[in-house]
Design a protein around this ligand. Structure first.
Ligand code: SAH
Length: 415
């Protein structure tokens, strides 16, 4: 979502005749697009601001947009007096105001509008993957999570607007559509659901791959699960965070599903698409998490065989219930648990990657690798596959035979 927001902001400034620079000292405006989901992310923003204010030219405008702006509000001006603007995740379309009126500080951290989607210029999809936001905010109140405070209650965009944006993306070069939302499978507009959006995107011949993120487990409804059976363009990959394998911890997290009901959904998905791969987010060291609770997380991760997962140490956040729960877990235990879980997940990932060797997969080109000499492709399971071909001549979609694998990536050649 933040990558998308950043692209949107860049497009807005380009439309005003501005160009990008990689030199901080050369910039006329510097914008930090921020995340506040963990404390470390918020801290990084303020340490970056400290560096930037020394390196920028005195006339350059400096501001933060996104969730930290919303979290800290006017306090940001007090902490960093050089700031010119502080705009929340639903008000970054107000940015031109600071360009027109650079002398008055701009603060807007309002929530609840889809205005930003309507007021900003439509973006051409120059990369092959088009991110299309379909809803924003979240009505689940997970006790660790600051998102309901920073992005607000759920709002779904009108079906016709999403379909229009999807068509525009296809016409301007998109091959893959990624529908976005904090609670993407909670999309509800009149009688339309996420499954209707997938069906509509799949009718566009130029679109070859469709995916969506992030999903809430109990909102994986049967109509959506069925799409994995009937819509071949929908990738066989799904991020469906379980967070913890302990029923007690899940209860305290206010994630009201049982392990059985979660496993039931996974089983239905695997019936619909036998090769589907599931990814999860995990939080270790949630308040009160015992060794036994943590072991249950290890057990469920092994049982589901998650790939491409994200793991986090619990971080207390303002405006959340868990931050004031008793039995906060000490940092060294969080670290140890994170290390154990990561080691196991990466072994599962390695096993899956190795199981792909010898297979031929239809992959999407992502661009050059770090050396600039090879090309990175994405498999349908979202693994990286490196192919020994000049990125300038690499086809956008290709059938690739997997020749080698380790825990981080695959190697392949054109089949
Ligand atoms: N559904 C949201 C989730 C964003 S946060 C979205 O896609 O925008 C991504 C992940 O960060 C969560 O799934 C959770 O595992 C983790 N997370 C959220 N709050 C956290 C906290 N306070 N401490 C540690 N990890 C957290």
């Amino acid at each position: 979502m933040n990558v998308y927001d950043g692209m949107r902001i860049a497009a807005m400034l380009r439309a005003r005749g501005m160009t990008e620079t990689s030199e901080l000292s050369d910039a006329d405006i510097i914008i930090l697009n921020t995340c506040s989901v963990r404390e470390k992310a918020t801290d990084k923003v303020f340490s970056a601001l400290g560096r930037i204010r020394l390196a920028k030219k005195p006339s350059a405008l400096l501001g933060i947009v996104g969730c930290v702006a919303r979290e800290v509000g006017s306090g940001a001006f007090r902490r960093v007096p050089e700031l010119n603007f502080v705009l929340g995740p639903q008000s970054y379309h107000k940015l031109p105001q600071i360009l027109d009126n650079p002398d008055s500080p701009l603060l807007n951290i309002d929530l609840g509008g889809l205005e930003k989607f309507d007021e900003m210029p439509q973006m051409d999809s120059s990369p092959a993957v088009a991110y299309i936001p379909i809803q924003e905010g979240c009505n689940h109140v997970c006790t660790y999570c600051i998102v309901p405070f920073t992005r607000g209650r759920e709002i779904s965009r009108p079906y016709a607007d999403v379909v229009r944006d999807t068509k525009h993306a296809a016409q301007t070069g998109a091959i893959e559509i990624c529908f976005l939302g904090q609670n993407v499978n909670g999309y509800k507009y009149e009688n339309y659901r996420l499954s209707d959006l997938i069906r509509a995107a799949a009718t566009l011949p130029k679109i070859k791959r469709i995916r969506f993120t992030s999903s809430y487990p109990t909102e994986m409804t049967d109509d959506l699960i069925e799409m994995f059976a009937i819509e071949p363009k929908l990738l066989p990959f799904l991020n469906m965070p379980i967070q913890s394998g302990s029923p007690d911890v899940l209860k305290r997290m206010n994630r009201p599903y049982s392990l059985d009901s979660y496993i039931d959904i996974v089983n239905k998905l695997r019936v619909a698409r036998p090769d589907i791969q599931i990814s999860s987010d995990f939080i270790v060291g949630f308040p009160g998490e015992s060794d036994d609770d943590f072991q249950q997380t290890m057990d469920i991760a092994q049982r589901i065989k998650y790939i491409n997962s994200f793991t986090f140490k619990y971080s207390p956040r303002p405006h959340t219930a868990a931050a004031i729960m008793p039995d906060q877990v000490p940092e060294n235990i969080k670290k140890e648990r994170l290390y154990k879980l990561d080691a196991m997940l990466s072994e599962i990932q390695r096993e899956f990657n190795v199981s792909c060797v010898g297979k031929t997969l239809e992959c999407l080109c992502e661009g050059a690798d770090k050396t600039g000499k090879h090309t990175i492709y994405r498999t349908p399971y979202m693994q990286q596959c490196i192919v020994n071909i000049d990125p300038n001549t690499a086809p956008q979609m290709a059938k690739i035979k997997i020749t080698n694998a380790n825990k981080a990536s695959l190697r392949g050649e054109f089949a």
